[in-house]
Design a protein around this ligand. Structure first.
Ligand code: B4P
Length: 191
């Protein structure tokens, strides 16, 4: 089983690149952002709780997202590998993921971390907000809050995987194709 984490701040292109990577490598895509938005559109209790955090640009509580990922792993026992997109976002989520994979006699092969400047992140998210209808993309303050959450809580996740020598930094600015080529090179070296 080949398990990959695509890491980076909000708007760094995780969702964009994930769509291409899962097609090329046949991995199961697990995006906590997509899972949460699906819960919101179905107006489930979990979705309504998550929305109150997401609308403010805050992370959803760990127990909620860890439970969601645990269920998703159990529902995809035949997967040849997983691409984790937007998860883990805290150190507690990273430790929980390692434990969940260990129960399946598996582990993370590599974390590919997209590096994008803050000005570029804000400009991409504002632009997406013009068309996406995503409430967390339309307000400048909410976008800044998401980037702050990344610095305060999520950046430490890369330190955690650095400790296992599993992090590769990838230049996340340039064309979508250029970035995809850099990501594929790192995967091809390991798969
Ligand atoms: P996510 O859904 O994970 O979204 P994201 O971080 O905002 O965006 P991503 O990096 O995927 O950017 P994209 O490719 O779309 O999170 C949303 C919220 O959910 C979080 O704020 C949080 O509240 C909650 N959440 C999710 N996971 C959680 C967790 N594990 N724990 C707690 N809370 C959690 O790209 C952005 C834009 O850039 C797009 O418009 C795209 O077209 C453009 N773009 C992409 N690549 C480009 C390039 N090379 N050049 C120019 N533009 C590009």
């Amino acid at each position: 089983m080949f398990n990959l984490i695509l890491f980076g701040p909000p708007g760094s292109g995780k969702g964009t690149q994930s769509e291409k990577l899962i097609v090329k490598y046949g991995l199961k895509h697990l995006s906590t952002g997509d899972l949460l938005r699906s819960e919101i559109s179905r107006r489930t209790a979990l979705g309504m709780e998550a929305k109150s955090f997401m609308d403010k640009g805050q992370l959803v509580p760990d127990e909620v997202v860890i439970g969601m990922i645990s269920s998703a792993l159990d529902e995809n026992l035949d997967a040849s590998g997983f691409l984790f997109d937007g998860f883990p976002r805290t150190s507690a989520q990273a430790k929980a993921l390692d434990n969940l994979l260990e129960l399946k006699a598996s582990s993370i092969a590599v974390m590919l971390a997209l590096d994008v400047s803050e000005e570029e992140l804000v400009s991409r998210l504002v632009k997406r907000g013009e068309t996406s209808g995503r409430s967390d993309d339309t307000n400048d303050q909410v976008i800044r809050a998401r980037i702050n959450e990344y610095h305060n809580k999520t950046a430490a996740v890369a330190d955690y995987y650095h400790g296992f020598d599993k992090v590769v930094m990838i230049k996340g600015e340039g064309s979508v194709e250029e970035i995809f080529t850099s990501l594929c090179k790192e995967i091809d070296d390991r798969i």
